[in-house]
Each structure stands twice: as C-alpha cells, then as structure tokens.
Design a protein around this ligand. Structure first.
Ligand SMILES: Nc1ncnc2c1ncn2[C@@H]1O[C@H](COP(=O)(O)OP(=O)(O)OP(=O)(O)O)[C@@H](O)[C@H]1O
Length: 604
C-alpha cells in the first residue's frame, strides 16, 4: 500500500460511490441546518416567480395598452412598476437566500472541520506512521473548504438556476408552446459550447491549481528551513525559484482567462444572437397580430433567463466533481477506525483487579511480548520483564534495537498481539483512558512545546492549579529559569518553544509529565540533545523521584542511567543483559561494557 493511500480515495472507488459518500457526509454536516434548505428552495421558487412575472407584465403593457392605444394610466403605471420591481424583488430574494445558504455552508464546514480534527485525534498511532502530515492538514483545511464550495456554488447556483430555468420554460410554454419547443431544441448547443470550453481550459486550470500548491509548498518549506536557507546564503536561488513558479502560475491563469475570453463568451454571444434571430424569424413567418408583439417581447426577455442559468449549471459540473472527490476524501478519513476505546466499564474491572490483587504488584510486568510493525519483520522477541514500583530502570541498546518500540507499547500506541503487559497488576487494555494518562507520563526525545505560555505548556489543558504547576516545575528544576523569564509562567514561549534553549525545553517537558503526578514516568532519550550541565539537572530531578515514581529511561547517553537500579540491554529486540551498572561492566565483552567504553572514549 503506498504511504498516502490511507488519505486519498482509492481510484477503485467509482464516481457513483464517491458521490454517495460525499452527499451523505454533506447531509450529516448540514443536519442541524436542514430547515434552512427547505426555506431556501421555497424562497428561490418565489424569486423565480417574480423573475418570470416581469416579461408577462411587459407583454400585458404592450398588448393591452400601448398597441391598442388603450391608455388606462393607473393600470399602466401598475404594470410598469410591476415590470421594474419584479426583477429587483427577485434579485433581493435571491441575495437573501445566498446569505442563508452561505451561513449554512460556513456552519457545515465548521462542523466538518471539528468532526475531522477530533476524529484525527482519536486515530491510532499506526495511522500516523503511514499518514503524510501535509496531506492530513489539507484534509482538514482545503478539502473541507472544497465542501463549502459544494454548498455555496454548486448547491446554490444549481438550485437557483434550475428553478429559474424551469419557471422560464413553463412561462414560455404558457405563451407559445411551439416556440418554446424550438428554443428547447436549440438549447443543448449551450451544453456543447460549455463542454468544449471546459475541455480547452482544463489543462490550464489543472496547471494553475498544481502551481498554486507549489507556491504554498515553497513558502512553507522556506519558512520552515529559514536558518538552513540563510546559513547557506540561498536566498537568491530560492527567490528566483519562487519567481519562476509564480510566473508560471500567472501564465496558466492567463491561459484560463483567454479560453474564457476567446471561446466561451463569443460563442455564447453568437448563440444568443442565433436564438434571437430564430425567434424573430418564426414571428416574421406569422401574420403578426397585436398580441404577437407582446409575446415576442416576452420571449426575447426570457431567452437570457434560459441561457444564463444553463451556463451556470454546466459550469458547476467541474466544481461539483472536484468537491465530490474532496468530500469523499474527507469521508474516507472519517471512516478510518479510531483507536480502541478504553471505556468507563473497564475502570470497574481495573479497580476490582487492583483491589483483588494480593500483595504489592510490580509497576510493570511484561510477559512473552512479541511485536512487529509489519508482518514478518519482528522488532521485539519474547520479551519478559518485571519492574518493581518506584524503581529507576535504564534501557540501552544499539539504534534500531527496539527501545522506542517498547515504550510505544507501554504507552498503548500499538496493540501487542502476542504476550501481555500489566501496570500495577492490571492488564494494559483494561485501564480506562483517563486513569491510564494519569498513571503514565512521557518525556519524549523532542519536547514538542506549544506556541503558548510556560504555564499552558505544563498544564496542557488539564486545568491544574498554579500550585500544582509550580510543584511540577520545581521537581523538574524548571521553576528558577521560568521565573527569570520576563513574565514568569505567563511568558509566551514562541512557536515550538523557540524562546528557550533545548535543555530548558526538555525541563518544561519533564515538568509537564510530572504535573500529572504519574506513578510511571517514561523518558525517551530525554537527554540526548542537552548539554552536560542540564543533564546533571535532569539527573538530579530523576534522583529526587527515586522510590516515589517508577522511572523507565531510554538513554543513548549512558551517564543518564549509570545510577539506575537496573539497566536493561536490548539487542535486536531481545534482552541480552540486565543488572546494575557495575554488574554489567563486569561482563567481559558484553554489549553494555562495549557501549560504555566507547562513549568514555569519545568524550575523553
Ligand atoms: N512506525 C514504525 N513502522 C515500522 N517500523 C518501525 C517503526 N518504528 C520503528 N520501526 C522499526 O523498528 C525497529 C526498532 O525501532 P525503534 O525505534 O524501536 O529502535 P530504537 O532502539 O528506539 O532506535 P533509536 O535508538 O535509533 O531510537 C527498527 O528497525 C525500525 O526501523
């Protein structure tokens, strides 16, 4: 499966299935606003009625008053006012419905974005291994925006144009069925013209769209890598590359406009003239009576009202297609199975198990654990391990030996199909989400700070008190440097914590983990990117947790875990050595001894 196939609607999905998927999603998103749709149809029908009433009043004015010189002024004034006002009223009503449907579209997109975002938050980690961030963000922003177009442009324009078209054809039929039949027979030419236009302009439209996303991509890339870009003095080269893409985009847009100016409009105008000529010719063939003049006037007025909606409807089809594909992609993402739910019912079981368990339970017990990301490529083999509560455990091993994988399994990021993991005697799967997150804290290698204040970064939306936040910050030895910032805990840390040094970010991440008062603290190479002085601060913080919190620390820097109660050495997914530092150093030629001596050598 290609990496992005989770996110794109598979090609095998037929357009019919995609359309069904898209419209069922639209219905779901618009459900609370459904009544607006009904009202919009009613009001648009009324607007269409006003629209077709105008020429009928014009006809009455000509046929009943002007030609027979029957100058009934009050009635003539009424008809004239009706003729002028009907168009305005129709436009006014139509505008109000556009506002109504735009509101519906905005609210639906808002709901859809919320649905997609909250759904993405609940997806299992295995999904993100395959997902491409840019595409995922695009689902939440661009694709939902395309859905908005579906509502506003497609729904409104198609609805409005169809109602006007049907109303006008009905009025024409009422005036002269035969002539209406002739106009109707000629109308498919509009479809042919619009179809040809779309074929002609399609390459330019596609090119312009691709170049627009190139422009966005280049901007994002340059801003993201600004330090590398400036350090390499690449501003000019990047500027030139951007200018070229921008120029290509302009050219593509020009080509699109040329297709419109040279083909669509002239062809439609010509067709309009032909239609007009046909109508006048047919009338010319007849013995023109006074009443025919009014009908002729009404017919000529109606022609524009038939052609324009038809153009509008046809022009929406490519939009419709794009929007359907975008909506189907959103629907596919929403169909992704969420991570296994750990329900409240499980709390009962967990609590019961906790209480029924006799004697002190190990903080972590792993039995015969096997794991593979991809079938046939095992990463962990028959791992068994018991970690007593309050212990400080270090995990070391070569890169790719499975250390982070083991932490991911302890964090429930992936289900382990073989073997078992229990925390304080309760199977991992039986622990309710909230309790699990309170029980286990993580300090990742990359601290991941939000563009928010120091307080918010420690709190992470948990609603902790200032006292709790400060206690955690003190425990992580972060309090002093936070207080030294210009606004203390309220200091905004900038995007990704850009205002802090790497070591300080790591201390905030430790404070964040400790603020949840976890019974088990996992550290995934939390000291690899920090200086020795900050490492000592981290070590001090870990020492102070000894006996109170079970600490499991992966460390490339062996000095971090030198004082651990027990060090576990992983090699190709197997535990090959285990024991305290001194004991492992006694194993002649052992992996730990070699790793340690190698590091001593490189730091001396
Ligand atoms: N999400 C993933 N999907 C597929 N394979 C993965 C994934 N994450 C890790 N692996 C593979 O699993 C093996 C163990 O990786 P893991 O990250 O657990 O090793 P590690 O010991 O933590 O390495 P490092 O010290 O470099 O972080 C590696 O072969 C790696 O390529």
């Amino acid at each position: 499966m290609p990496p992005d196939s989770m996110l794109t609607t598979p090609d095998t999905t037929s357009i019919g299935a995609q359309t069904r998927q898209a419209f069922s999603l639209l219905r779901r998103a618009a459900r609370p606003d459904q009544h607006h749709l009904g009202w919009a149809v009613l009001w648009l029908m009324l607007a269409a009625l006003f629209e077709v009433m105008g020429p009928i009043m014009g006809k009455a004015l000509i046929d009943e008053h002007l030609l027979p010189h029957h100058l009934d002024w009050p009635r003539m004034a009424l008809l004239l006012a009706g003729l002028l006002l009907s168009g305005w009223i129709a436009s006014g009503l139509r505008y109000l419905q556009l506002v109504r449907l735009s509101g519906l579209a905005m609210r639906s997109v808002m709901r859809l974005r919320e649905m997609v975002y909250t759904h993405v938050l609940l997806l299992p980690m295995s999904f993100f291994d395959r997902a491409i961030t840019g595409q995922l963000v695009s689902r939440v922003t661009n694709d939902t925006e395309a859905v908005k177009n579906l509502y506003i442009q497609v729904l409104f324009v198609i609805l409005d144009s169809t109602i006007v078209l049907v109303g006008t054809i009905a009025a024409m039929a009422w005036l002269d069925v035969r002539l209406m039949g002739m106009v109707l027979a000629l109308l498919p030419a509009v479809l042919v013209i619009v179809f040809l236009y779309q074929r002609w302009s399609a390459p330019a439209v596609t090119r312009a769209r691709a170049l627009r996303s190139d422009i966005n991509g280049q901007m994002a890339e340059s801003i993201g890598g600004m330090s590398v870009l400036q350090a390499n003095n690449a501003q000019q080269r990047f500027g030139a590359r951007f200018a070229a893409t921008n120029q290509a985009h302009y050219t593509a847009r020009q080509a699109e406009l040329r297709a419109n100016a040279w083909l669509l409009r002239p062809a439609l105008d010509l067709f309009n003239v032909i239609l007009l000529a046909v109508v006048i010719f047919v009338f010319g063939q007849r013995q023109m009576t006074a009443t025919e003049v009014g009908v002729l006037y009404a017919f000529i007025s109606y022609l524009a009202r038939v052609i324009e909606p038809l153009i509008q409807i046809t022009m929406q089809f490519s939009q419709l297609q794009q929007a359907v594909v975008a909506s189907a992609r959103v629907a596919t993402l929403l169909d992704e199975a969420e991570a296994k739910e750990h329900t409240a019912a499980a709390i009962g079981q967990a609590a019961a198990a906790d209480q029924s368990s006799s004697g002190p339970q190990p903080a972590v017990a792993i039995r015969h654990l096997d794991f593979a990301y991809n079938p046939g490529q095992p990463v962990l083999h028959d791992l068994s391990l018991e970690i007593p509560a309050g212990a400080f455990i270090g995990i070391v091993g070569h890169t790719g030996s499975g250390k982070s994988t083991l932490l991911s399994l302890l964090l429930r990021f992936y289900p382990a199909p073989h073997g078992s993991i229990t925390l304080h005697g309760v199977a991992l799967d039986d622990i309710d989400n909230e309790r699990f997150r309170a029980e286990v804290g993580l300090v990742p290698q990359d601290p991941f700070l939000l563009a928010a204040s120091a307080r918010d970064n420690i709190d992470m939306g948990r609603g902790l008190t200032q006292a709790q936040i400060e206690t955690a910050a003190r425990a992580a030895h972060a309090h002093d440097f936070i207080m030294a910032l210009d606004r203390g805990y309220d200091t905004e840390l900038g995007e990704g914590g850009s205002r802090l040094a790497v070591g300080q970010k790591q201390l905030i991440a430790i404070a964040r983990a400790l603020a949840g008062q976890p019974r088990i603290l996992l550290l995934d190479e939390a000291t690899s990117h920090i200086d020795s002085q900050t490492e000592q601060v981290v070590q001090l913080a870990l020492d102070e947790l000894r006996g109170k919190v079970t600490v499991i620390a992966i460390a490339h820097r062996l000095s971090t875990i030198r004082d651990a109660d027990r060090i576990i050495v992983l090699n190709h997914g197997r535990i090959t050595e285990t024991g305290p530092h001194e004991a492992l150093m006694q194993i002649e030629g052992g992996l730990y001894q070699r790793l340690y001596l190698l590091q001593q050598l490189s730091t001396s």
